[in-house]
Design a protein around this ligand. Sequence first.
Ligand SMILES: [Zn+2]
Length: 599
Amino acid sequence: MTKECVFFLEITRQEDPALSYSQEWICKLDSADAYGNKYTDASLNLKDVQLDEAGIDREGRQVLVSGETILKPGNELSSGIIKISSGSIPQISRRIHVVHNNLRSKKRQTQTEARPNDEKKELSVLAVRVIDKLDEETDVSTDELSDSIFGTYGDDVNLKSQISACSYDSVTIVPAVSKKGKNNIKNGVITVSINSIVSGSDVKTIQSDVSNALSEELGGCELPCSYDHIMYCFPRGARRNMSYMWTAYAGVHKWYSVYNGMPDGGNYCELAPVQMHEIGHNWGLSHSGDIDDEVYGDGSGVMGNREKQRRYDGPVSCYNGPKSWKLGWYSDRHETIDPSKLSKDGQVINMIGLANYENSISTDKVIVQITNLPFGNDEMIPTDYYIVFNRKVGINWETQEGGDKVVITKRIAGQGYSDSKIVAILGAKSKFYIRSRNTSKEFLLIRVDRINIYKDSPAKAIVTIKLKKEKVSDNSSISTLQTSTSTEPKNDLNRDGGFRTSIPYDLCGILIPIKKSECPDKFDYENCKDVAYGELCEADDNQCGTSYSENNCIGYDMYRKKECKDHNTKRCAKLTDENKDNRCKKRRYRYSCSICCSN
Ligand SMILES: [Zn+2]
């Protein structure tokens, strides 16, 4: 190789979500190294450079960054594969480090790569139809394609409409227009003819042929020719790594995405969630998994792939917590929590869904990021956690997982390209612990105190985040710790309620049944573990040592919560280790002496 090349990650989605997806590192060759062809890529054998498929080395360092890492000249090239000479890593160097933060910033970008960091507000998209040598063509007309991407003729859910909705118009997708003196783009769609046959060919060859034809059609400019994204909508029949059953693929931090024809007609180019997913890759977003399916299982947003059914206009949802954070569309409703800086009482956060962002006030938060955990946590490499309230309404009304629940997701710390994974889905009154991997006794509690769908407008989830020290004498919280590490087997994730755990005694206080005369008219009281001392509450089952059958208020078990301390020092002085077991059974001791509290 005589010239340097830039690395890109290319990710292919398969038609069957059960099939593993594939990702490849390719290097865009200078035409001097590709017999004059501008649109030829070479691939890299990751084993040669001892990197995993995400481009991470054994120490967890991100060595390859899509769109940033360059390979210096001097390596050998053989049938499209780069042969790295001697150990290699010194030959790979990082270009300027770019922080990916905000799709809102107005800085203009260079036209060769679409990057979320320096995005402009309007992004032009060109969709490409193809006719091959045998007159096989993309099985969607220009008008249909334009309608399904831009809503040109009234289609109501498409790339343009949903990106506008999810970004609250921070990003507007606009149809590409013809170059000066030309009239070959109609409503954002162009048709190009190639001199090769799609059926049976390798799709990368077809992509290269279409790129050359397209560049010529556009007047000889270098792609993407001042457009931001190019969507290649191919007739079905090309192979992608030996398989015909691919859906689409896209370059990460790149401008292109490529879509296959569907088996029964039509093209994956037309499907709104697939469009958003592939353009998401262009913006540097990676896949979203959950505990069942590490790569694609996250159904809360479009970077997972749980939908087996093909639908043109849904499911209607946006991007999950970590992806949305990176896109920055709700950044004035972000909250970063550094656990080491939390006060003793922790922090209580009013969370709203991204679908209600427009109606939020400054104390409402859409995404909480937990970063810089003071202890190692479960992971081998630094990990950040994200919390969202996945309100299932409006622009997110068809979210496929964790709807109206609090969803906790983790990813490698920072904003680089990294898969995310759901670690817990929490209903009201449930909690999740992030615990230390080492022997430290600290852990971080994330507790959903309340979810008010109808009481509050917009609907809110009240979440408490608190750093806690493990109490050795407190069996309930020790058993809690053991069942909620972050590497737990899937059985521990209760899809409806997340991790349901027993309640540590320090949340119980002393619960005193109220008199019948004190019973309220309405019984929608909070659970006893969630209320402050002095408040009325309701106890479920026999939690916190209460009785199943107090039934003091017409069938409900109502209590007043008191702090566990000595309220009658004279009486409590009569208690000793020997007699406390018996005496604490009596209410007058139990409700007034701290020595009885943990019984
Ligand atoms: Zn993908």
